[in-house]
Design a protein around this ligand. Sequence first.
Ligand SMILES: Cc1cc2nc3c(=O)[nH]c(=O)nc-3n(C[C@H](O)[C@H](O)[C@H](O)COP(=O)(O)O)c2cc1C
Length: 182
Amino acid sequence: MEVFEAIKTRRSIRSYTSEAIPQDEISVVLEAARWAPSWANTQCRRFVVVQNSETKAKLADALTSWNPAYKAVKEAPIVIVACAELGKSGFYQGETVTDKGDWYMFDVALAMQNLTLAAHSLGLGTVHVGAFDAQKVAQILNVPEGVAVVEMTPLGHPAKEGKTTKRKELSELVFHESYGQK
Ligand SMILES: Cc1cc2nc3c(=O)[nH]c(=O)nc-3n(C[C@H](O)[C@H](O)[C@H](O)COP(=O)(O)O)c2cc1C
């Protein structure tokens, strides 16, 4: 699939079949994440691939009560949890160098967007899931101190297509020469 087509046609998938995913496809999506850029190539992201049903159920229970991805996390054949080693991205000689502090969220997001696009190009579904109790997930997965749990995505064959979503027009998003200037 061509890159722009993948970007435009990827949708959040919240309903999955139980069909297993071949190991080589799992490797492709993880490779896509691995090759994402990062601050000074510090590569702070780490990924936990969860296939155990009990662990998936525990992860689903860590989601906010209203989270529409609950069933997806519980039932997809795989859940990938993205974490980040803190104190690397956005740092120079041990100090943060911008007003943003630690850039780990940014680096994880780049990797996870690569991962979701690669999955989509293979006909697999994903959904970025951020609304959960990260401390609970850290406990479930034995994530050590100094590593933040950032997001998770189910990975599997879509049982249903994702809902059509809209985007703001470019005219609302893009300014010319100075902020606010259309
Ligand atoms: C950082 C982030 C966090 C998200 N968290 C959740 C979540 O907790 N649960 C969920 O069902 N969807 C979540 N989403 C998915 C968004 O709702 C979805 O991407 C958005 O509605 C656009 O739909 P699309 O992905 O189909 O284009 C999240 C997306 C992002 C980027």
